[in-house]
Design a protein around this ligand. Structure first.
Ligand code: ZN
Length: 314
C-alpha cells in the first residue's frame, strides 16, 4: 500500500545562539517566527518555528538553539540532511545577493540544478541553505523585514540528504512512503511526493566516501514529511513496523503529531500530521509573540522563562 505523504512538513536543526538565529531567519531571510516554544525533550532550550503567515506544512524551518549547553559542533556527512533549500521567485536572486552582501553574508552561485538557478549561503551556525529560483511555486509568501512579495521565500523547496548507497533508501521511499523519482543527475536522485513542485522534493545525494554525520551545532537533526491524517499515520506506522523499521510511538507535538524512524541510509525521518497547526494556541496575528508551552510544562513556566536566554525580534 502506498501512503499519502503530501510533501515536506518541516526541517529541524541544532543551532548555536538564539538571538543570532532569530536575526538571521527573521531580519535577513524575512521569514515569520510562527511559534516560540521549548524543546519538548529539554525545556531549557527554545524551539523556534519559522514559516510563512500560518506556518503551513512545507514552509516550516525549525531550530533548537543549544548555545552554552555543552553540545559540540556537528559534522555534515552520510546519514543526514546536509542542505535545506528554500523557494524564491525566478527573478529574485540578484535581490538576495545584494541584500545578503549588505548584511555581510556571502552568497555563492551554484550550478543550475534540474533547470533552476540557486545561491548557497551559510547560516550563523554553519548550516547550508540554498535559495532556489523558480517560477513553479504559487504559495503565498510572508512579506516583511524589507522583503516584498516579488522576492520573498515561498517555503521549503527541497532538502538534500547524503547516503553512501542509494538502493535501500530509494526502495523504502518509493515502496512505502509514496515517493516517485522526479529527476536524476550525477550522484543525485530527486524524489517527490504529493506533487512535482517545490515543497515536495527530497534530493538523495550518493557519496560512498562521505564521512559519517555527527549530530550537533550547525547540523540538521531531521526532516519531516506531511501526512494527511492521524489514521494514515497510524497505518503507515504499522506497515513500517511490519517490515522491520523501528518506528517510535506517536508523539504529541501540540501543533502536529509525529512518528520518527531512520531510513536505511541513517537519516532521521519524521512523519507529521497537518493538524492542528500553529493557530491552536495563538491567534494568527499574534503567532510567535508569546512563549508557548505544552500543557505538561505550564506548571514550570516561571522557572523555564527565568532560565531561557532573553531574545528580541520583530
Ligand atoms: Zn520535527
Amino acid at each position: 500500500m502506498i501512503h499519502p505523504i503530501l510533501g515536506l512538513h518541516h526541517v529541524t536543526a541544532t543551532v548555536d545562539d538564539a538571538q543570532a538565529d532569530l536575526d538571521f531567519c527573521v531580519d535577513r531571510l524575512g521569514m515569520r517566527l510562527v511559534k516560540k516554544t521549548v524543546n519538548f525533550d529539554n525545556h531549557n532550550v527554545y524551539h523556534f518555528y519559522y514559516g510563512t503567515e500560518r506556518g503551513l506544512p512545507g514552509t516550516i524551518w525549525t531550530t533548537f538553539p543549544y548555545k552554552d549547553k555543552g553540545v559540540r559542533m556537528g559534522v555534515k556527512g552520510a546519514g543526514q540532511v546536509v542542505t535545506t533549500s528554500f523557494s524564491v521567485p525566478a527573478a529574485s536572486l540578484g535581490f538576495w545577493q545584494r541584500r545578503l552582501a549588505e548584511a555581510g553574508v556571502n552568497a555563492r552561485d551554484i550550478e543550475t540544478r534540474f533547470g533552476e538557478d540557486a545561491i548557497r549561503i551559510d547560516d550563523p551556525s554553519g548550516l547550508w541553505f540554498e535559495l532556489v529560483a523558480t517560477d513553479r511555486d504559487a504559495r503565498t509568501p510572508w512579506t516583511g523585514s524589507g522583503v516584498g512579495a516579488n522576492e520573498a521565500i515561498r517555503g521549503l523547496h527541497s532538502v538534500t540528504m547524503v547516503v553512501r548507497s542509494l538502493k535501500q533508501t530509494l526502495e523504502l521511499m518509493t515502496q512505502f512512503l509514496g515517493y516517485t523519482v522526479a529527476g536524476e543527475a550525477e550522484n543525485r536522485t530527486r524524489v517527490a511526493a504529493g506533487g512535482d513542485a517545490p515543497g515536495h522534493y527530497i534530493d538523495i545525494e550518493v557519496d560512498p566516501d562521505a564521512v559519517p554525520a555527527v549530530n550537533g551545532l550547525g547540523t540538521v537533526h531531521h526532516v519531516a514529511m506531511a501526512i494527511s491524517t492521524g489514521d494514515e499515520q497510524r497505518r503507515l506506522r504499522e506497515e513500517l513496523l511490519s517490515i522491520g523499521v523501528r518506528v517510535t510511538d506517536i508523539r504529541d507535538r501540540c501543533y502536529f503529531e509525529s512518528i520518527y524512524f531512520r531510513e536505511p541510509g541513517g537519516v532521521l525521518f519524521e512523519v507529521a500530521t497537518i493538524q492542528p497547526g500553529f493557530t491552536s494556541d495563538e491567534d494568527l496575528s499574534a503567532l510567535g509573540r508569546g512563549l508557548k508551552l505544552p500543557p505538561w510544562e505550564e506548571p514550570y513556566r516561571a522557572a523555564i522563562e527565568a532560565a531561557l536566554p532573553r531574545v528580541e525580534y520583530r
